[in-house]
Design a protein around this ligand. Structure first.
Ligand SMILES: Cc1cc2nc3c(=O)[nH]c(=O)nc-3n(C[C@H](O)[C@H](O)[C@H](O)COP(=O)(O)OP(=O)(O)OC[C@H]3O[C@@H](n4cnc5c(N)ncnc54)[C@H](O)[C@@H]3O)c2cc1C
Length: 479
């Protein structure tokens, strides 16, 4: 019998597992995919929002501002890439100026630190690439950029290291309450837990429906992006937003923690939580909007397009509430869910305590994680790493300078990846200009060698995405 079963291991499920692993509890995490961070957590703008957008008094406002304040230390503890670069929301008209005034007031009421209203000239002084049509801007120095899947993986790894059990490829298909415990049916077996937390992202309504009629309806909304080569990475140095609308926070142009430029997203209602198609129409809409803010953005520098699906619902706030003495839901976690994640986890843990879960500190809990990032090391540190393990001296991903040592570390981490994209999300190999065109086959060989499986079993990403039907020349030993 587990104390808590968490359904879904995106950034919300992982943050909760991380928070609960501080306590003396048996925690089970059930994820339907073959890795963690496979849902919305891997396809979003990667911004830690300052917290001026949500309506004052909402849970979203409170948890956004709290989460944003927690994020820098959390990322330092977990070796997750994070940069506090500040954000600008641009105004192009008198109507926009009013909107900026309204969100400034929201921000002040929400407790966002350091907000400032700027003239167009002041904004261009900070960001010379901005359009001459910008007449005003809201500056939020506390906004940041982050590695979103990196945060999810790190939190899940630390939770596992501290005793949480993660079951991948375990889709929850049924949930039943029996007085003081629940049974959870999955595609890999049935589990029992005293408390269940639904962190199933865009599919949280489906899980909710397993016990009763949900109090909201999900309205999945897809957003598409361009990711530009590092040669465009310093076109702007802040996150550049436009005024928010009912459809969302609008199209942004921002540097990423990895040194690229991200441009997007649009907002398009879709029927399915997994419809991540990128359409020409969506990319056109993103391109037109981005050029309004930063006319010089060169979309020919695009190295990848992708789309993510927002967990929008008929409610305007997050829905973090129990529906019975045993089941808690974290649903409708749309943007700023990533920014709020650490605070959502604390709030959910408080709710579980109020439902009767005893939170006694776990002896020997270690909430930190260290990973080697060869390219970020000084020359002396690099030399020491290569002396310690010559695999750090073999660069596999030339675009990003990722070594075999880092790839092998990722494969032997607490949640071993089974795919080339799993390595990309952990070590960064394949993130660069060639998008794995050169290093992909080498990563495949290393994965097969280290996992002791035939190369033809190695996946590109999700289950079924096999790459080869035989063995490559150097992989004969595994045939
Ligand atoms: C276009 C876009 C841009 C965004 N930009 C930002 C931003 O810049 N800043 C920000 O703060 N937020 C942003 N967000 C929101 C943020 O990405 C989400 O709030 C956050 O990632 C939600 O995490 P999650 O864990 O709830 O969902 P997910 O990451 O989707 O995780 C849910 C998990 O549950 C699993 N699951 C589902 N059903 C089952 C089942 N039956 N059994 C087992 N497992 C199941 C899924 O496989 C998945 O792994 C954006 C979202 C989108 C789409």
């Amino acid at each position: 019998m587990y104390d808590v079963a968490i359904i879904g291991c995106g950034v919300i499920g992982a943050s909760l597992a991380y928070t609960l692993s501080r306590y003396d509890l048996r925690v089970l995490v059930l994820e339907r995919e073959n890795d963690v961070a496979m849902g919305t957590t891997k396809a979003n703008s990667a911004i830690v929002h300052a917290g001026y957008d949500p309506e004052p008094g909402t849970l979203m406002a409170k948890l956004n501002v709290q989460g944003s304040a927690m994020m820098e230390q959390l990322c330092a503890d977990l070796s997750v890439e994070y940069k506090r670069i500040g954000s600008l929301v641009l105004g192009f008209s008198e109507e926009d100026r009013k909107t900026l005034g309204r969100i400034y007031e929201n921000g002040v009421q929400n407790g966002v630190p350091g907000l400032e209203m700027l003239t167009g000239e002041q904004a261009r002084g900070m960001e010379p690439a901005l359009s001459a049509d910008v007449i005003a801007a809201l500056y939020a120095p506390s906004a940041a950029v982050i590695d979103p899947w990196g945060l999810c993986i790190a939190e899940a790894e630390v939770a596992v290291r501290n005793g949480a059990e993660l079951r991948l490829r375990s889709e929850v298909t049924g949930l039943a309450e029996h007085g003081d415990f629940c049974t959870i049916s999955t595609t890999t077996g049935t589990y029992e837990a005293r408390y269940v937390v639904n962190c199933a992202g865009v599919d949280a309504e489906t899980v909710y429906r397993m016990t009763e009629e949900p109090k909201f309806k999900t309205l999945p909304s897809r957003g598409a992006y361009y990711l530009l080569d590092k040669s465009s990475g310093d076109l702007v140095s802040h996150v550049v937003f436009q005024c928010p609308s009912a459809a969302g926070k609008g199209v942004l142009v921002a540097p990423t923690v990895h040194g690229n430029l991200i441009v997007g997203p649009n907002a398009e209602e879709v029927r399915s939580s997994t419809d991540r198609a990128v359409t020409a129409a969506a990319l056109d809409a993103v391109a037109t909007a981005a050029k309004k803010s930063v006319p010089g953005v060169d979309l020919r520098q695009s190295i990848r397009n992708f789309a993510g699906v927002r967990a929008n619902t008929t409610l305007s706030d997050f829905y973090i509430s129990p529906t019975s003495p045993r089941v808690l839901h974290a649903a409708g976690i749309k943007s700023p869910g990533l920014s709020a994640a650490p605070a959502i986890a604390e709030y959910a843990a408080e709710q579980l305590a109020a439902m009767g879960l005893a939170l006694r500190p776990r002896e020997g809990f270690d909430g930190t994680r260290r990973v080697h990032r060869f390219r970020r090391c000084t020359a002396e540190e690099k030399a020491a790493l290569v002396r310690e393990n010559p695999l750090y001296g073999r660069v596999i991903c030339r675009c990003e300078t990722i070594t075999e040592g880092e790839i092998v570390d990722a494969i032997h981490s607490p949640i071993p990846p089974c795919s080339i994209d799993g390595i990309k999300r952990r070590a960064g190999a394949g993130m660069g200009r060639c998008q794995g065109g050169f290093c992909g086959p080498r990563v495949l060989e290393i994965l097969a060698r280290e996992l002791g499986v035939p190369q033809k079993k190695i996946l590109q990403d999700q289950d079924g995405t096999f790459l080869i039907t035989g063995e490559t020349k150097t992989g004969g030993a595994h045939a």
